[in-house]
Design a protein around this ligand. Structure first.
Ligand code: FE2
Length: 326
């Protein structure tokens, strides 16, 4: 029987279950995402959603994976929202005990990075990790993944979600802004805050909100917000690419689904003679498959945690996550 590692994700709005072979093939990946029609994400309501869907998602996974030998359970123990993380942790501990297999703690950010790196040629790219909660440029150095450029205030995904709420959309709102942006024609002048290898989006958001109130065309505004923020990310990626001497860029995280961002980064990489790859759509947002994939990397090296010590870590930094396979 083929051996598998199961992976459970619950750090924010998504509860997901995935499974990965010891060869690194993700053979199962299902999830359910908490959404609202208006307003943002409420941690306790998202956690209630997770608690509601967890039993059936896990049951279906076990049913569908009957022909496999599940010999470890991995779980994203952080960083993330406490109430949400606890649902995943409780589910994973119970499952590990029931199956009599080791429990493997996975850092959520590390999983986004690694599932992107999996697609690369050099396996040593500049990772551009952009999601609802993160905007970070990450390099592997001295045995760890380290953030080398990032947002100084809110993440790009969060900025788009907040702007979406201003436009009257629910959560997650970023896809609505991206859709509306394709209908814009006029590029408005918005502040571009790039400081060295870092960016800042709060000034851009404030300007956009002010212009929205002044009655400007929302499509033009969405178009301008998207173009400006993506150009900022492309600019710091170019700076990190040059200063680090790396030969490849890997785009990962939920915002990797944005075709315009892919296009901008791809063009910049081509002009610089660097390689470029983007995480597959089904693995770009939060999902259990990427947790299972990293779980497998750990399991291959016999790494696990005692159930009694499997605490959730809401602020678990990427730099603190062990990388045993490089
Ligand atoms: Fe995420």
């Amino acid at each position: 029987m083929t051996r598998l590692v199961l992976g459970i994700e619950s750090t924010a709005h998504t509860f997901g279950v995935g499974a990965c072979t010891y060869e690194g093939d993700i053979v199962y990946n299902k999830s359910s995402t908490y959404a609202t029609t208006t307003g943002g994400i409420h941690p306790r309501e998202a956690a209630r959603h997770h608690a509601d869907v967890a039993p059936s998602l896990i049951r279906s996974a076990l049913e569908e994976l009957k022909g496999y030998d599940i010999d470890a359970v991995s779980v994203a123990l952080g960083p993330g929202l406490g109430p949400c993380l606890r649902v995943g942790a409780v589910s994973a501990r119970a499952l590990a005990i029931r199956l009599g297999v080791p429990l493997i703690p996975v850092n959520h950010a590390l999983a986004h990075i690694e599932i992107g790196v999996k697609q690369t040629v050099t396996k040593d790219p500049v990772s551009v990790y952009i999601s609802g909660g993160n905007t970070a440029l990450v390099l592997f150095a001295k045995g760890r993944y380290a953030v080398t450029g990032e947002t100084l205030d809110i993440s790009l995904g969060n900025m788009l979600d907040v702007f979406a709420r201003d436009l009257g959309f629910g959560y997650p709102g970023a896809p609505h802004v991206l859709e509306l942006a394709t209908k814009g024609k006029n590029l408005l002048d918005l502040p571009m805050a790039v400081k060295g290898q870092d960016v800042s989006f709060s000034g851009l958001l404030t300007s956009a909100e002010r212009l929205l109130k002044s009655g400007i065309d929302p499509a033009d505004l969405a178009y301008s917000v998207v173009e400006t923020s993506f150009a900022m990310v492309t600019e710091i990626t170019e700076r990190v690419l040059v200063s680090s001497g790396k030969k490849e860029v890997s785009l990962t995280g939920g915002v990797a689904r944005a075709a315009r961002l892919v296009q901008m980064l791809e063009t910049m990489c081509r002009e610089r003679g660097a390689g470029f790859s983007v995480v597959p759509q089904e693995l770009s947002g939060d999902n259990g498959g990427m947790i299972a994939y990293v779980g497998q990397l750990y399991a291959n090296r016999g790494y696990s945690v005692e159930i009694a010590r499997s605490f959730v870590r809401t602020r678990w930094r990427l730099e603190e996550a062990p990388v045993l396979w490089k």
